[in-house]
Design a protein around this ligand. Structure first.
Ligand code: PLP
Length: 351
């Protein structure tokens, strides 16, 4: 029922990928004159005169151990955004094919579709931000090439129910992308543990959130080795810089710091979630498995937003998103920032 070969665009099946110097010779030799690099060195304080490993093997070796997947089940992108774009381009023929999104959700799926002239089918989440039975029926019946499921979902913070995701995985004929950018904050196993069961499953994670490396631009996609091979075929040859690869390796060696920050952010989330509902202007704090709290304010969320900006505190106004009227998305910050945010909100009346 799921057939990757027929899903991949014919031009991509047929094309020959770019063969870089580092594809054609791997290893070390004492004279490297094949890539038009500068053998003298680099301007600036550090040496980056050699092209990086196109397949980021050292990083993938460490990630494979950490995530319990095979190295050939990992794709690394210049942020998750690159993986989203490549997935759309892999299977969607412009001006013909479509993807499914479930609003309110992360904006980049729509941007990638628009950029590639791909139609969007919308199956709105329920008022408590879950996939409805009707949506499952529609998705399973759809000829769309990809469905993007964000779990925990941005901007709502909740996990999508596993049984609903499983029904989509079993019934949908295209790729099912589960975006787990916030998985490290969630009380649920990653869908990477189910890759062997579902050849149409792609799981995305990122170094931008719990690892604290948004500035590095490094996103991960986990899927069957067949899907990963296709992504490698169409990616820019040197999409992950040497600086990024070195830094990612150093981060992966620093697991205790990752864990300590993760715990502190979870404590901060609980701290805010406990106190925000006590404020008269807060109508609802939505349950969160992420590092933010979608919060509904009364009577006027945008007035609260503008007031916070005036106090030098920037949150995300989500009030125009489907199902999110009256809401602001509050990222969990440092303990001091969380206190300052709460203090400011307590003083809103006097503003
Ligand atoms: C933050 C976020 C990402 C991360 O994107 P990067 O390009 O890796 O920084 C991906 N998906 C969702 C839903 C996010 O909120």
């Amino acid at each position: 029922m799921f057939d990757l070969t027929s899903l991949v665009r014919p031009n991509i099946r047929a094309m020959k990928p770019y063969s870089s110097a580092r594809d054609e010779f791997q290893g070390e030799a004492h004279v490297m004159l094949d890539a038009n690099e500068n053998s003298l060195g680099s301007a600036g304080p550090e040496r980056f005169n050699r092209y990086p490993d196109p397949l980021q093997r050292a990083v993938k070796t460490e990630l494979a151990k950490l995530k319990g997947v095979a190295e050939n089940q990992i794709f690394l992108g210049n942020g998750s955004d690159e993986a989203i774009d490549l997935l759309v381009r892999l299977v969607c023929i412009p001006d013909q094919d479509s993807i499914v999104i479930l609003p309110p959700t992360y904006g980049m799926y729509e941007v990638a579709a628009n950029l590639n002239d791909v139609r969007i089918e919308r199956q709105p989440l329920t008022p408590d931000f879950q996939i409805s039975p009707e949506a499952i029926t529609q998705i399973v019946a759809s000829d769309a090439k990809i469905v993007f499921l964000c779990s925990p979902n941005n901007p709502t913070g909740n996990l999508l129910h596993a049984d609903a995701i499983e029904q989509v995985l079993r019934g949908f004929r295209g790729l099912v992308v589960v975006d787990e950018a916030y998985a490290d904050f969630a009380a649920a196993p990653s869908w990477t543990t189910r890759l062997a069961e579902f050849p149409n499953l792609v799981v995305m994670q990122t170094f931008s959130k719990a690892w604290g490396l948004a500035g590095l631009r490094l996103g991960m996609a986990f899927a069957s080795s067949e899907v990963i091979s296709y992504l490698n075929k169409i990616k820019p040859p040197y999409n992950i810089s040497e600086a990024t690869q070195q830094h990612a390796l150093a981060a992966l060696q620093d697991a205790p710091r990752f864990e300590q920050m993760r715990q502190q952010l979870l404590i901060g989330r609980d701290w805010l979630a406990e106190r925000l509902p006590g404020l008269s202007i807060v109508e609802e704090v939505f349950p969160s498995d992420a590092n933010f709290l979608l919060t509904r304010f009364r009577p006027d969320a945008t007035a609260v937003y503008d007031y916070l900006v005036g106090r030098g505190i920037i949150v995300r106004n989500r009030t125009t998103q489907p199902g999110c009227v009256g809401t602001l998305r509050l990222t969990v910050g440092s303990p001091t920032e969380n206190k300052e945010l709460l203090q400011a909100l307590q003083e809103f009346k006097e503003a």
